[in-house]
Design a protein around this ligand. Structure first.
Ligand code: AMP
Ligand code: ZN
Length: 136
């Protein structure tokens, strides 16, 4: 269940310190060491799964339930104005730590546009082609 050389496994076991804001049998929630905004936190399952593909369904359900709970508590305490929940899978998607985690990012009216991406402009035909690829 624990993987050598995994920084989050080491945080779970206490080998590496972290600022823990919530803990239960299945999860630890810690403050991100390089926060995008004040309160940026990470939900980390105690068992090692590399990403969402590997995550068991029941753990995924519990993780999203915890995200909802944390979002509520953090919004009340931090008085943020909005909230992003982000989860990266694979290097190309921006994943840098290969132990599943969800980012909880409180957003404030005066914070910068930290999560903008450049939109594609697909034609209707391309949209339909993509729809078919996914659904057929
Ligand atoms: P991701 O890019 O989705 O894999 O996110 C990994 C996150 O883990 C980044 O936001 C890092 O700042 C954060 N991180 C890396 N090492 C630590 C650590 N020791 N304690 C807390 N957060 C960390
Ligand atoms: Zn791990």
């Amino acid at each position: 269940m624990k993987q050598d050389n995994c920084i989050f496994c080491k945080i779970i076991s206490g080998e590496i310190p972290a600022h823990t804001i919530y803990e239960d049998e299945q999860f630890k929630v810690i403050l991100d060491v390089a926060p995008a905004t004040k309160g940026h936190a990470l939900i980390i399952p105690k068992n090692h799964y590399a990403n969402m593909y590997e995550l068991p369904e029941d753990t995924a359900v519990e993780a999203i339930k915890l995200a909802k709970k944390m979002m509520q508590v953090m919004t009340d305490k931090l008085h943020c104005d909005g909230f992003n929940i982000i989860q990266n899978n694979g290097e190309i998607a921006g994943q840098t730590v290969f132990h599943f985690h969800m980012h909880l990012i409180p957003r404030y009216k005066d914070d910068s546009e930290i999560l903008k991406y450049v939109s594609l402009h697909p034609s209707q035909e391309e949209m339909e082609e993509t729809r078919k690829t996914i659904t057929e």
